[in-house]
Design a protein around this ligand. Structure first.
Ligand code: PLP
Length: 422
């Protein structure tokens, strides 16, 4: 038995199957865009801990920031004894998020918690219950976030009933024949068939759907939602947990559209691998919950906050927004080249380095999740870790660290080319 197979067997015996695990090898160490397993095999990491490592594994500046904080204190519970680094991080995020006027930020631990708290804040502000989200959207695994998630298998099966007053409308998708106008029409219909807009607290949208397949929201939709929210006093929440922190070529995806949300949820690459999430938003809305209504024992953990400060420094100093745009353009060019000779590649879509391809059976047009698995297996055999996504599991997403060395990126592009041979 190898070390990996031994650990795999122990994992199956000791942990429940509900925590699905993609790889049958175990991590030993990692650096920037490379990861080594316990048997010493090297992988190029195009999963980046599911979009958490825009600044790579163990960036020296992030490591140093965490190490320095480790020598000061690791936990006081911010709600009991506060510390300056949280205030400073809030000030930095308030200045960076694409919301004008006075902004405040509250910290939490996971993306799902950020989403749940954004809904709590919107409800406290409006005194309303309704929440509108989108088909194919993913907002997390806690019960309210699950209710908002627009994908049944595998996330929602067996876990209902879900909190009430959550509604889904279709997300635009050119390949599925759904336009922004269709989505807005569905929303107008929802206001006739299910809930009056005066009872809706929030509309929550990912400007680029993550788990849903890297579908990019058209500007027209976001403008339409902004107008509806303004007309009816609804809180506009942008869930940028996956699209945030330079991934799309801007610090936040909403900046591509010139549309301001009222609240924005942040997590994943915010703290470069440390557990930290946040809700930033208009101060008047953020201040709606009464003292004690928000928080959490680990919310704003000092090590994670130190890491987030270093992440923001690295993104700025290494110009990672610009790099995301450049790397994404190179990958898209290669994928469009592959599409010429491989009719199974039905779509190539991207915003910056949030890049994906959709695979379909060329004969029938059916969503082809099996083809995705074959490409993933071929890439993995060459040492490249790729993730799938999409409502039908037939999308491959590319989530390399934005700090990836050029030569390693080139090697990965060659592996992708080879894995996509028809
Ligand atoms: C857009 C979005 N929102 C929320 C979440 C939930 O984040 P977490 O897994 O940290 O709870 C995710 C996770 O993939 C996400 O992509």
């Amino acid at each position: 038995m190898t070390r990996n197979t031994e650990l795999h067997a122990r994992r199956l015996a000791a942990t429940p199957r509900g925590v699905g695990v993609m790889c049958d090898f175990f991590a030993q160490r990692a650096e920037n865009a490379s990861l080594w397993d316990v048997e010493g095999r090297e992988y190029i990491d195009f999963a980046a801990g599911i979009a958490v490592l825009n600044t790579g594994h163990r960036h020296p500046r992030i490591e140093a920031a965490i190490a320095a904080q480790l020598k000061q204190f690791t936990h006081t519970a911010y709600q009991i004894v506060p510390y300056e680094s949280v205030v400073t991080l809030a000030e930095r995020l308030n200045a960076l998020v694409p919301i004008s006027g006075p902004v405040k930020t509250a910290f939490f631990t996971t993306g799902a918690e950020a989403v749940e708290n954004a809904v709590k804040i919107a409800r406290a502000h409006t005194g309303r219950a309704g929440v509108v989200t989108f088909g194919g959207g993913f907002h997390g695994r806690t019960l309210m976030a699950l209710a908002m998630t627009g994908k049944v298998a595998p996330y929602k099966i067996g876990f209902g009933p879900f909190p009430a007053d959550v509604f889904h409308v279709p997300f635009p998708s050119a390949i599925e024949g759904v336009s922004a106008a269709d989505s807005l029409a569905a929303l107008a219909r929802l206001f006739k068939t299910d809930i009056e807009p005066q009872r809706v607290a929030a509309i929550v949208i990912e400007p680029v759907q993550g788990e849903g397949g890297f579908n990019v929201a058209p500007t027209e939709l976001l403008q339409g939602l902004r107008a509806l929210c303004d007309a009816h006093g609804i809180v506009f929440i942008a869930d940028e947990v996956q699209s945030g922190f330079a991934r799309t070529g801007r610090l936040f995806s909403m900046q591509h559209h010139g549309v301001e949300p009222d609240l924005i949820t942040l997590a994943k690459s915010l703290a470069g691998g440390m557990p930290l999430s946040a809700v930033s938003g208009r101060a008047a809305i953020m201040d709606a919950p009464a003292p004690g209504g928000l928080g959490g024992t680990y919310a704003g953990n000092p090590l994670a906050v130190a890491s987030a400060h270093a992440v923001l420094d690295v993104i700025a100093d290494e110009q990672l927004c610009e790099r995301a745009a450049a790397l994404g353009a190179r990958l898209v060019a290669r994928l469009l080249g592959a599409k010429e000779s491989n009719p199974a590649i039905a779509d190539v879509r991207a915003q910056g380095s949030m890049v994906a391809i959709e695979l379909r059976d060329p004969a029938t047009g059916a969503h082809d999740a099996e083809a995705v698995k074959r490409v993933q297996a071929r890439a993995l055999a060459q040492g490249l870790l790729l993730l799938s996504c999409g409502m039908y599991g037939n999308v491959i997403r590319f989530l390399y660290p934005l700090t990836i060395p050029e030569a390693l990126f080139d090697r990965a592009l060659d592996v992708i080319d080879e894995a996509l041979q028809a």
